[in-house]
Design a protein around this ligand. Structure first.
Ligand SMILES: [Zn+2]
Length: 261
């Protein structure tokens, strides 16, 4: 079928196939990566969202965060010889925002099975990691434009990494083998700065959304969850591969210090 005909068939199809719209990889490592805002595909049957009055309504794409998540996963596998769990949106945020509670995530019922597939995959990953490893790390990967060369941390001011802090202290977040601390040592500006300590408040815009709030270690899922908001310059075409490799280095160091049995 020519490309245009495929597109027409997709657009006219009666129902979306969630499997085409959410990339899911089962993992072997206690590391889960979610990237809800980098997709480009329409959801068959669902029009673009328009309810601007919904709290935290946003349709802007976090450009290249899908690539960042996938390249990170490949780099981590090369380093550790195991696979992280991956849940990556192929659908465009214009139709569905997977980092929102169901009532704010979509407007059309056609998007619901896609939303459910995204979160079923995340929930299953958290459950499997918890059962198999007793602890785990969930990274929710995003993009922001406020600090183009920086990475903003979102843990609801430490709440979604509560177990990690209890077991290993704040160093496990911002110290030399913490993901943020390691990124800072690799030359990245991180917000709040690693040495600002556990009481420094996170930027309110990037302090952690629905995903880290739902699966973080303060919940029954009990995996430590960090939202990472990468600046525009860290994920443009030239930079995204380097950023993915540096994130894999940071997570490998974290894994070695805090997750390896
Ligand atoms: Zn985002």
């Amino acid at each position: 079928m020519p490309a245009l005909a495929v597109f027409a068939a997709l657009a006219a199809g009666p129902a979306p196939n969630p499997a085409d719209l959410v990339l899911i990889q089962k993992g072997t490592l206690p590391v889960i990566v979610s990237a809800p805002h980098g997709g480009r595909l329409p959801i068959p049957g669902a029009p673009e969202r328009t309810r601007y009055e919904v709290p935290e309504f946003a349709t802007v794409r976090d450009a290249n965060t899908d690539l960042l998540a996938e390249q990170f996963a490949a780099a981590l596998e090369r380093k550790l010889g195991g696979k992280p769990w991956l849940v990556v949106a192929r659908f465009d945020r214009k139709y569905l925002d997977a980092n929102r509670p169901p009532g704010r995530a979509y407007e059309d019922a056609a998007a619901e099975p896609v939303y459910d597939a995204y979160h079923a995959a995340l929930a299953a990953a958290c459950k499997a990691v918890k059962e198999e490893h007793g602890a785990g790390l969930l990274l929710d990967v995003h993009g922001q434009g406020t600090y183009p060369k920086a990475v903003a941390r979102g843990t609801r001011d430490g709440k979604t990494v509560g177990l990690l802090r209890e077991r290993h202290g704040w160093a496990a977040v911002a110290g030399k083998n913490g993901v943020l601390g390691r990124l800072e040592r690799a030359g990245y500006e991180v917000i709040p700065a690693a040495d600002a300590g556990p009481d420094a408040r996170e930027d309110r815009l990037y302090a952690g959304g629905y995903t880290v709030s739902t699966y973080g270690s303060h919940t029954a899922y009990a995996v430590d969850a960090i939202q990472l908001e990468f600046g525009t310059r860290l994920r443009d075409r030239e930079a995204v591969g380097r950023t993915a490799a540096d994130l894999a280095d940071a997570v490998a160091a974290f894994h070695g210090a805090y997750l390896k049995k």
